[in-house]
Design a protein around this ligand. Sequence first.
Ligand code: SAH
Ligand code: TMP
Ligand code: ZN
Length: 408
Amino acid sequence: MTPTCRICETAMEPFMSFGKMPIANGFLTPEDFATEYFFELKPGFCENCSTLQILEQPDPERMFHENYAFFSRTSKRMAIHFQSYADWVKENYLTSTNPFVVEIGSNDGLMMEFFAKDNIRHLGVEPSANVAEKARSYGVETLCSFFNLETAEKIVSEKGSADALIAANVMCHIPDLHGVAKGADHLLTPDGVLIFEEPYLGDMIENTAYDQIYDEHVFIFSARSVQNIFDRYDFELVDVKPQSTHGGSMRYVLARKGKWPVSPAVETQLLYEDKKGLHLKTTYEIFRDKCEESRTNLVNILQQQKDVGRRIVGYAATSKSTTVLNYCNIGPDLIEFISDTTPIKQGKFSPGVHIPVRSYETLRDGYPDGFLLFAWNHKAEIMEKESSFTQAGGEWISYVPHVEIIRK
Ligand code: SAH
Ligand code: TMP
Ligand code: ZN
């Protein structure tokens, strides 16, 4: 059956395939190796509605459950970022008396806590039970559920309408955006706003950051695609704000048509996207060629390091690294282990290629000659933390925006 666009149902072809891929956050133990789940990771671009999407996605229940491995609180910089996001929402969109804010994909409650602390009526909606429980332990009211129309109906009947529905790094995870848009329409007050920020297509293309594409990221958005998707539900894009988080993100503000003034930033962004050719098929063909080139260069560098007997360790077992490791077929022969600060990942093996994941403390037994920087989106934070390693001559291999070795 020919795959069709999840937004407008136009027939679609993939512009490339990253091959057989496991669940990006599916860290596992040896007894699970034999039954590991794989799917084909192939992105396509719908020229009709300008949406980049993966054509096959595992069922959400395979990815988001009581053993979900990503905790927002692992990054100090993200904590600072979410505080400023929350402050900005309070200042601009929670100006009514006794406002109510709902977050989709609130995870361990990192952002919602900034509302809870101010005694603002709030609710996090989070389907992964383990991270939802963590949020509650920080005093964040959390509903353990996927966000959709049914969830919105439940919230409205129990708590009333919301002034703002906010999100970060989750809209691009949700295959049924129609359900989200209907839910938002049901949940929000007439002047209510839907705000979300997600990895930005323009930055992904600019930096050949192909590792933004993995099972959870069913979409990579642009301003044009967001406008097209929500136009179907009578919402309009009223503002866009570029963010430096996650290697380049965009914050989108949507409101019901005619309710809020449209910032000139929207038109500027749409023009930028047209100039960059984000609406053109050829852009994605060029991107595919650059991915292949990146793969060749990365494998060559790692092989050269191995040939001269240098020890390379992966820095951070990110979700994104699953795409890189499996697409490039990099296994424990090239990367001794991956160091990661998240307890649930430690002692397990990386999805697909089965590289051991060890605690950060393991590094005390001896730093390697070089790190392969999987958490390139947290580069500034990590470089600061590891400055003595770099000063002592340690090397970093990075692949975004291009494959290179970074020395002091
Ligand atoms: N917003 C946090 C977490 C991002 S990870 C941050 O930026 O750090 C994505 C989160 O969304 C996960 O915790 C996942 O369980 C949750 N999620 C996935 N699908 C969802 C859906 N349909 N509704 C609400 N949350 C969802
Ligand atoms: P992400 O890129 O999918 O957001 O995941 C970040 C991962 O990186 C998470 O598993 C924690 C890990 N990490 C470290 O191990 N050390 C660090 O200094 C940082 C910032 C993240
Ligand atoms: Zn489409």
